[in-house]
Design a protein around this ligand. Structure first.
Ligand SMILES: Cc1cc2nc3c(=O)[nH]c(=O)nc-3n(C[C@H](O)[C@H](O)[C@H](O)COP(=O)(O)OP(=O)(O)OC[C@H]3O[C@@H](n4cnc5c(N)ncnc54)[C@H](O)[C@@H]3O)c2cc1C
Length: 504
């Protein structure tokens, strides 16, 4: 498995952090899709219990919203019934406005008719991706970050034959060195970049496989509104729309994120920039900020309130099963597509973070049939080692929640060198041992990998920009970086944050 940047540097670290059935698809009567995603949520809760946490979502109903409260209540009840949820996950309607405010925080009550509680789950998307890769690695997969696919080596005599070997040219992004990789089958699972790979496919027919319209979505990170503990509620509200838009209303999520943030999202716009390098635009930021202000009128929100923001691109499928240029097309669901081109290259398109396991299972089944190897996929039942485990004591519990079985390695670091048990800074719950673990145990390469994805220090006020030199110095000493490398790492991280925040 090669990845051109850090693991999860693309869409998979830019989501709403929900593992969910997609309540709004239910409103569009896409029952199968919702049922399927609800089932996957159950599986992920089982195999990654430390990462995938249930969360009550309060669906706020205001006068003028496209659906009445009673309709919402029925839909929420049905939503819950679509999977085997536990007893505590009951959907209820609350009409007492004071009670709603008590539960969810100081929301606008003017014309509030009530709310409906439904249940989904939240996850740290980057860490779920990492946990999955670590599990794959433990089962024998070779995974490499910072290795980019460049092109297929066109060898007609071998490609396209059942027993042929495919060869690709790849590049070590850090050293610039190029080399070939051969395999009996190649799968492109490159999300919004899929068309880049497809364009290099020997059977490329000039068509696009992905839609760009409405593909981009951004999120704002704001200080937490509502409860500052693990029992915080998420909010869903409909945006204000005119009558014509009522049939396709947009929703806004305000969700409790890591490090006591509120994650506010999302948008659906057509990216003006290159698909893969999207960042929040000024219009998108203003839109989300004003919608949040509408829900929390007592807060004084302006751009200075924003801690940070991020953007991602949805890999939306543009093909249908009869599209030419593809030898075999299995239309798996409306949301994702697993297909094979005439040259025998497999592509995975679309889907959600929530359904990634199912997509992988289906792809694995297809590969096993092709390679004629027996297969008994266990991913629905076998827990991910870095997302399970228990420990006693506040510090140990925090580590287990985040690193699962990896917690033992971190403890070993501390046993061998007590200094590594110190916090990186008194204001953040991270020990030096965890930073080292990001490098030595989780293949982080750059400072950004550590601050943005492994630890999410980039989501805390100040986004870790001030402590970046201190962290780089520490990591530099442990990893034999010279002063030039340390300075370059700090500058690259600062530049990344500046670039992301350009329109804030
Ligand atoms: C705004 C937004 C919010 C979302 N919220 C949710 C949510 O809350 N819950 C949910 O279930 N889903 C959500 N989704 C959907 C979900 O994020 C995506 O479906 C999922 O992350 C896609 O994963 P992927 O692996 O296909 O793409 P990506 O995560 O983008 O991964 C593709 C990878 O391919 C790599 N790559 C590209 N080209 C090459 C190359 N030449 N060589 C090597 N590697 C390459 C990229 O670097 C990238 O890391 C959201 C999507 C968006 C845009």
């Amino acid at each position: 498995m090669i990845e051109q940047g850090d693991f999860a540097n693309g869409t998979s670290s830019a989501t709403s952090q929900l593992v969910h059935g997609g309540f709004r698809y239910l409103l569009k009567r896409d029952i199968e899709l919702v049922k399927n995603a609800r089932r996957e949520r159950e599986i992920l809760r089982r195999i990654a219990p430390n990462l995938v946490k249930s969360i009550p979502l309060a669906l706020l109903c205001y006068k003028g919203d496209p659906y009445p409260l009673t309709g919402m209540q029925l839909a929420a009840h049905y939503y819950n019934c679509l999977s085997k949820t536990d007893e505590t996950e009951k959907s209820i309607a609350i009409r007492d406005v004071r009670k709603i405010r008590h539960l969810v925080g100081p929301i606008a009550t003017n014309s509030l008719k009530g709310c409906v509680l439904l249940w989904d789950s939240m996850v740290n998307d980057a860490r779920l991706t990492l946990a999955t890769l670590k599990d794959a690695h433990q089962h024998g997969a070779i995974v490499a970050n910072y290795v980019r696919f460049l092109d297929f080596v066109r060898k007609p005599e071998t490609a396209n034959s059942e027993n042929g070997i495919y060869r690709i040219v790849a590049e070590d992004v850090i050293s610039g060195k190029r080399f070939e990789i051969s395999a009996r089958k190649i799968v492109s699972a490159t999300g919004p970049w899929s068309d880049h790979i497809w364009r290099k496919d020997p059977s490329y027919d000039g068509t696009s496989r992905l839609l760009t319209e409405n593909a981009k979505g951004i999120h704002l990170l704001l200080p937490r509104y509502g409860k500052e503990d693990d029992n915080a509620y998420g909010l869903i509200t409909f945006t204000q729309v005119n009558k014509q838009q009522r049939r396709n209303p947009r929703v806004i999520f305000i969700l409790p994120g890591a490090h006591n943030t509120s994650i506010v999202g999302t948008t659906e716009t057509t990216p003006e920039e290159e698909l893969a390098s999207v960042r929040p635009s000024a219009n998108e930021v203003t839109y989300l900020l004003s919608e949040t202000q509408r829900i929390f009128p007592e807060k004084r929100l302006n751009k200075d309130t924003i801690i940070g923001a991020y953007a991602g691109t949805r890999p939306l499928i543009a093909v249908n099963q009869h599209s030419h240029g593809f030898a075999k097309t299995d239309f798996v669901s409306r949301e994702h597509l697993i297909t094979e081109s005439l040259s025998g290259i497999m592509y995975l398109y679309g889907g959600k973070l929530t359904t990634h396991r199912q997509m992988a299972e289906e792809t694995g089944n297809h590969l096993a049939a092709f390679l004629k190897v027996p297969r008994a996929c266990k991913t629905a039942t076998h827990p991910l080692p870095s997302a399970i485990g228990e420990a006693s004591g506040a510090d140990a519990e925090r580590l287990v929640k985040r690193y699962g079985a990896g917690y033992r390695t971190i403890q070993k670091f501390i046993t061998e060198d007590a200094g590594l048990g110190e916090l990186v800074t008194s204001s953040l719950p991270f020990t030096k041992a965890e930073l080292l673990y990001a490098y030595w145990g989780e293949m982080a390469i750059t400072l950004e990998d550590v601050l943005w994805r492994r630890t999410r220090i980039g989501w805390t006020p100040g986004q870790g920009v001030d402590i970046a030199p201190q962290i780089a110095q520490f990591l530099g000493e442990k990893n034999n970086w010279n002063d030039t490398r340390i300075a370059a790492e700090v500058e690259a991280y600062r530049e990344r944050i500046r670039w992301l925040n350009y329109n804030l």
